[in-house]
Write a protein that binds this ligand. Sequence first.
Ligand SMILES: [Zn+2]
Length: 454
Amino acid sequence: MPRTTTPPLSLAPLLAFALLGPACSDGGPPRPPIVLITLDTTRADHLGCYGYRRATSPRIDALARESTVYERATAVTSWTLPTHASMFTGKLPTSHGARYDAEGPFDLSKAIGDDFEGFRARGIDDRERTLAAILGEAGYRTGAAVAGPWLLSVFGLAQGFDAYDDSGIDHINGRRADSITDAGLAFVDRANDDDAPFFLFLNYFDAHAPYVPPGEEYARLFAPGPLTRENVGKPEFQVALYDAEIAFMDEHVGRLLDGLKERGLYDDAWIFVTADHGELLWEIGGLSGHGISLSEPEIHVPLIVKAPGGGKVGREARRVDQTDLLPTILEHLQLPLPEGVQGHSLHRVAHPIVAEFHPLPPWNDSGDWEALYHGDLKYVWNSAGQGYLADVAADPFEKRDLRGERAEIAQKMETLLKKYLASLPRPGKAGPVKELDEETLRALKGLGYTGDGK
Ligand SMILES: [Zn+2]
């Protein structure tokens, strides 16, 4: 259903570092090591533990067998900056403010051409209390290694981290998974002398377009035929290459888990594996990429949670979203929630599950998108009139609009969606326009604004 000029979005690569420290439990509240992994651009349904036909994720599947697997985890939007900001603040993009915003302070025009004056974004507001900041105040060492341009510290996601490695982001392929794992383990080693607990955030970026696995061995993994120049351009080959990039990330996520085991940290660790958003792979309107709309391929994400010291293992059907991570963690650690958090603990999510996407023309002229879930019904509103009601369990590519036959529920869902989003507090005024530095512009340019599809 979405119509767009070019797909957009997220951007680049990554990098590395993180943290460390064992739990300090001397009768006080629990302080397990916490590891949050985002597999950028990774759809839930392309992982084995979500039923995928290809063996893209044996290591993550093994982790899933020791975890709770959330079958209906939703991204709050379909691109990198706002989704990570929601994980870090427990708020929707409308409230934390990190999104495309024609009034925003970051001037992106030089990343896409000087003609695009007014193409701007906001980063995460520096008044937000982030997960890393809260954990740091509670005695955690906090560290991150990130891959994408939207995770560059200039956009605010570094807020609260003791160590935030956003260096070495290649403007085409980001920083590879092997390097991210190395950086994460190196940080753990450096911090291992310290008794402090640690929070480690790693953003793996390989699955992001362009789909260029690291070497022939990976490129051939799932290829449905010879990798000739002609073949490689075909969607079925592109999907195979995307899957191979997931397999490469999986191998190095596995190596990270092995590293935690070797250091005696794995059993006590609280490990979250998720994605910031998914990826359209030519199923809807012949489009690929993300940041296009709020389609299921773009916002149905994996969420696998291994509890510290064991805990619940199995499948969880409850619908949850990215705002629920922060409240879950703070609840377990017996830390108070900051004001205005909209998510709930994963154990008892009761808020409306919504998503919102606000593209800026000229990059995407499909209008604003908002969505609300009710069970497997998904009501999607679009400012350009492309809204619909779909049953995403029966119709995951949202081909069939049910608004006609289910008019009453569609109307109710639209009313709730509008009311709920309108009720949320807005961030404060953005500051003066800032020019981004050359390196950031180059990184942004490499990924989304060249008009070639990603
Ligand atoms: Zn992303």
